[in-house]
Design a protein around this ligand. Structure first.
Ligand SMILES: Nc1ncnc2c1ncn2[C@@H]1O[C@H](COP(=O)(O)OP(=O)(O)OP(=O)(O)O)[C@@H](O)[C@H]1O
Length: 590
């Protein structure tokens, strides 16, 4: 396990870990030896020459003092090394997560990683700080006592020694026996944690549905599973604990019976036997704690294996000799992309000349957002190529690619800081005047005026104190501040109030002017701003042209808007003659 720990964290921690282990081993040996000094003490006390006990008592006192000092140093070293490992692990994890492709961070992943980065790292790294000392003591102290017993009386020592292989077998067997149950419990714990979060987040939906007192079945099921697997894991650990107790008891009984037999034959003194029995009893305690410590170590090892697996996830390859694109036109060249075994983008080709705007429209799940993600290299394509300025995005360094693209997604993430801090993320070195200009351009002035504290007001966790439209305006301000030549925009789907709607459109207008833009559009007003429109379905472009051309065609696009606008305005876009979706044409928007 320590080898895995060092492999995961790097060998620079090997020295301190080895030193800690050596200190803890020395502590356990001195502990065993201090018990060994009880033999001459007891022999003197019960052997008729109590005054002979004095020097041994002094030696016992000295041994206890040495033990105390070593214990302090060992614990201190364990704590320091554990803290350094914890810091090292957070750095490694942070560095690694920063290199993973953005597409890797799905909602499920975020939950999994936060559990792992929180309690998982603490548990795995706590091994050195909290578990190693009791584990070494549980092994080394009894072994030292056995060696001492062998030195005093080899026959009794051999009986005690016979317990060693039995304890090892019991531990191996217990590990195998509990592994499946421990894993199952871990999976169920994770599931239940996710369900609790889901339950809390789902409160508005549940209450809107009138389910205020009703229990949430999914959470109930998950908690029931946790109960079942916890019981199973406890039961699975029981045979190991019972077997270990039996082995220790058998060893003690063996020493007692043989000792009594030897004493009756006058081959060992009563005082000596008494002392050796005390020693045997002292070795039992740490041995019996082995089951619990080994269980906790196995738990920590599971977490370590998960961390190891996460750190082994490959980031997207960075180009050896990165190319910097000189232009900012965009091109999808016969691109295919799959999520698992599902084809999301299917041999799609399109081009957006520099400074032109393409609107992508289509039914839900058509692959519109995925197109944007492929451009920003959240994922790599399975076939074909995505190009920026004629250069394959895989040949551009991630840094250069992201520096050239401003992304405004539907789900805007805001930190619990001020609006200014949130906008500044677009370009951290921007001065205050530039940040304020971007905020004004995104019509955030009125939002700031409304917030108590104005510019200094915090937006709440995830931007909770702002509406969806306002959050998107912050995101637009961020993109405006970044001033990147390429803009990828995923318009919010939810309906906005007229004030927000107008402000968002004004912001989009400013953001997209003169830039190369692909925007996933959900509103007619946005589409009308685009030079060209591509209608996407099942990962293929089924129609393309200008908004007016496509309406005149009366195909899928026209039917789409007719349906989308009926409730509000009636069939304003004209009747849509039923034309079948055509083959996937190449959309050249020049
Ligand atoms: N991380 C993922 N894992 C598996 N499938 C995914 C993942 N992300 C998206 N998909 C699937 O890919 C398909 C395209 O998704 P995408 O978000 O691009 O659609 P969309 O056209 O933008 O839809 P919407 O307008 O509803 O946002 C969908 O069927 C979706 O279920």
């Amino acid at each position: 396990m320590i080898r895995t720990l060092l492999r995961v964290l790097g060998t620079e921690h090997a020295g301190p870990v080895r030193r800690t282990l050596a200190l803890m081993t020395a502590t356990a040996v001195v502990e065993g030896l201090s018990y060994a000094l009880l033999v001459p003490v007891l022999r003197a006390l019960f052997g008729g020459t109590p005054q002979d006990a004095r020097p041994w008592l002094a030696a016992f006192g000295a041994a206890v003092a040495v033990y105390a000092v070593l214990r302090f140093l060992g614990d201190l070293s364990g704590f320091r090394t554990g803290t350094a490992l914890l810091r090292g692990m957070y750095h490694r994890l942070g560095d690694h997560l920063a290199r993973l492709p953005l597409g890797w961070f799905s909602a499920g992943r975020v939950g999994e990683v936060s559990t792992l980065a929180g309690q998982g790292v603490l548990q795995a790294m706590g091994v050195i700080a909290h578990l190693l000392a009791p584990f070494v003591s549980a092994l080394v102290t009894p072994l030292t006592i056995v060696v001492v017993m062998l030195a005093y009386d080899w026959r009794l020592g051999l009986v005690a020694l016979a317990a060693v292989p039995l304890v090892a077998v019991v531990q191996l067997w217990a590990a195998r026996w509990t592994a499946a149950a421990d894993e199952e419990r871990h999976v169920n714990d994770e599931e239940a944690t996710g369900r609790v979060v889901e339950y809390l987040q789902a409160q508005p939906v549940l209450r809107a549905g009138g389910r205020t007192t009703e229990r949430f079945r999914l959470l109930d099921d998950a908690l029931r599973e946790v109960r079942r697997t916890s019981r199973r894991a406890t039961l699975a650990a029981l045979p190991g604990a019972v077997s270990l107790t039996l082995v220790v008891q058998a060893m003690f009984t063996g020493v007692l019976v043989l000792g009594a037999h030897l004493a009756l034959g006058a081959r060992i003194g009563t005082a000596e036997l008494l002392a050796l029995l005390v020693l045997a009893a002292r070795s039992a305690d740490p041995l019996l704690s082995l089951t619990e410590i080994a269980g906790r170590l196995r738990g920590a090892r599971l977490e370590l294996a998960r961390l190891d697996e996460l750190l082994a996830t490959e980031p997207l390859p960075e180009p050896g000799e990165p190319v910097l694109p000189a232009r900012h036109d965009l091109e999808f060249d016969s691109v295919s992309f799959r999520h698992g075994d599902r084809t999301v983008i299917d041999r799609l080709s399109l081009a957006v000349p520099q400074g032109r705007r393409l609107a992508v429209v289509g039914p839900s799940g058509a692959g519109k957002s995925t197109l944007l993600q492929l451009l920003a290299r959240f994922h790599d394509v399975d076939a074909g190529a995505v190009r920026l300025g004629g250069v394959d995005v895989r040949a551009i360094s991630t840094e250069a690619l992201l520096a050239r693209t401003a992304i405004v997604f539907q789900d805007v993430f805001l930190f619990d800081g001020t609006i200014e801090e949130n906008i500044r993320l677009g370009r951290p070195d921007a001065d205050e005047a530039e940040v304020r200009a971007a905020a004004s351009a995104a019509r955030l002035d009125e939002v700031i005026a409304r917030l108590p504290g104005g510019w200094a007001a915090h937006v709440g966790e995830g931007g909770a104190r702002l509406s969806g439209g306002e959050r998107q305006r912050v995101s637009i301000a961020r993109a405006l501040l970044k001033d990147a030549p390429v803009v990828l925009l995923d318009e919010v789907t939810s309906a906005l109030d007229p004030g927000n709607e107008a402000a968002v459109h004004e912001g989009i207008e400013r953001l997209t002017a003169g830039r190369t833009v692909i925007m996933v559009a959900h509103r007619m007003r946005t589409v009308q701003r685009a030079h060209r429109v591509a209608f996407l379905d099942h990962g293929r472009i089924v129609e393309h042209g200008s908004h007016d051309e496509l309406l005149r065609q009366g195909g899928r696009y026209a039917r789409f808007w007719a349906l989308a606008t009926v409730p509000a305005t009636g069939p304003a876009t004209g009747p849509a003659p039923g034309s079948a979706p055509g083959p996937a044409p190449e959309a050249d928007l020049r």
